[in-house]
Write a protein that binds this ligand. Sequence first.
Ligand SMILES: *Cc1c(COP(=O)(O)O)cnc(C)c1O
Length: 363
Amino acid sequence: MPSPSSATLTIDLDALAHNFGVLRGHAGAAEMAPVVKSDGYGLGAGPVACRLWAEGARSFFVARLSEGEALRQSLGPGRAATIYVLDGLPTGAGARLATAKLTPILTSLPQVAEAQALAAQAGGLHVGLHVDTGMNRQGITPDEARALAQAPDRLAPLDVGLVMSHLGSATDPEDPRNAAQLAKFETIRALFPVARASLAASAGIFLGADYRFDMVRPGVSLYGGGPEERPDPRLKAVATLDAPILDIRNIAAGEMIGYGSKTVVEIPTRAAIVAAGYTDGVIRMAKGRAAAWFAGALRPVLIVNMDLIAVDIGNAPARPGERVELMGPHAQIDELAAAAGTVAHECLVRMSARAERVYLGAI
Ligand SMILES: *Cc1c(COP(=O)(O)O)cnc(C)c1O
C-alpha cells in the first residue's frame, strides 16, 4: 500500500519482465545482458537483476567495481552470473575483482598491462576488451586493438572472451555515424575471432540485425524508456512515482505561485499542491513543461519545489489525499525527460532520494 502522506516509487517487476521479453524478441540470437549500473538505474540492482535472472539473463553489466561487488552479494551463490565491469580494472583493484568474481572490460593499455600481470600470477584471467569506435569516451583505439591482436604474446595469458564497443548516436537511426561505427567494429571484432562481440545498447538493438552480434546490453528500455527517446508503446512503465494532494488552492490572475515572479499565473488557476518535490526525484527544470496525470487527464506541472509540486487541475473534482501520477504509465518517462531537457536515464536515477519504494511482482 502506498504511504498516505508521501511520494511513492512503485517498481513493477512484471513490467520489467515484459520489457525484457520485448527486447529479447528484437535481439535475435544475441544474448540479452542487462545493464544494471547506477543501482539498476535507480530502481534497485538487486531486485532488478534477480528478476531478470529468473527471466533467463545470465550476464549483467555494471559501471563501477563497487556496483559489481554489491550485485554479486545480491545475486548470491545460487545465481552464478557473469558480471562485467565497464570501468575495467582500476589500478590495484585485482584482488577485489577476484573476490567478487567480476569480469573487467579493459578500457586502456595500462589496464591491459595490469590485467596481464594479474593473469600471470593467477594462471589466467577472463576479461573483455572495450574498443572505441567513435565516442571518444572509453576504450582502446582501433590501432591499439590491432597491435594487441598482432602480438598474441602481449595478450597471453589473458582470456579475452568479449570484444565490445558503444554507439554514440543510436537513438537516431538516420545518423550515418551508426554505420561508420558498425564498420569499424566489424573490422576489430574480426581480429579477435574467438571472443564474442557486443555493440548494441537499448537503441542499437532496434538498428537492425547487423548491430546485434553475440550479445546486446540493454539498459534504459528495460526500465521503460523508449529506444528513440520518445514513448514506445511496446514497452511498459517500470517506475511509477505518485504522491498525495495536500491541498487545493485557487490562485487569482496575476498572483505568483511558489517562488518569484517567474511563476505568475495569467488566469485564475486551481492548483493541487502535491506532496512531492525535487527531493523525491522530479527534476526541477521540468516545471512549466511537464504534465502530471490526475482524474483521467494529463495536467500542467506549474512548479517543482523541494517538497511541493503544484499541478493545474482545472475544474477536476479533487480532494486532499487523492494521488497524482508524476511519472508512470500516463505521465511517461520520455515526456518527463524531454520536459526537463534530459534523457529517461537521468529521470530514473534521480528517483531515489526520499520516495518510499514499493515492489510489485515476484523477484
Ligand atoms: C549505459 C550503457 C549501456 C546501456 O545503455 P542504455 O542506453 O541504457 O540501453 C550499454 N553499454 C554501455 C557501455 C553503457 O555505458
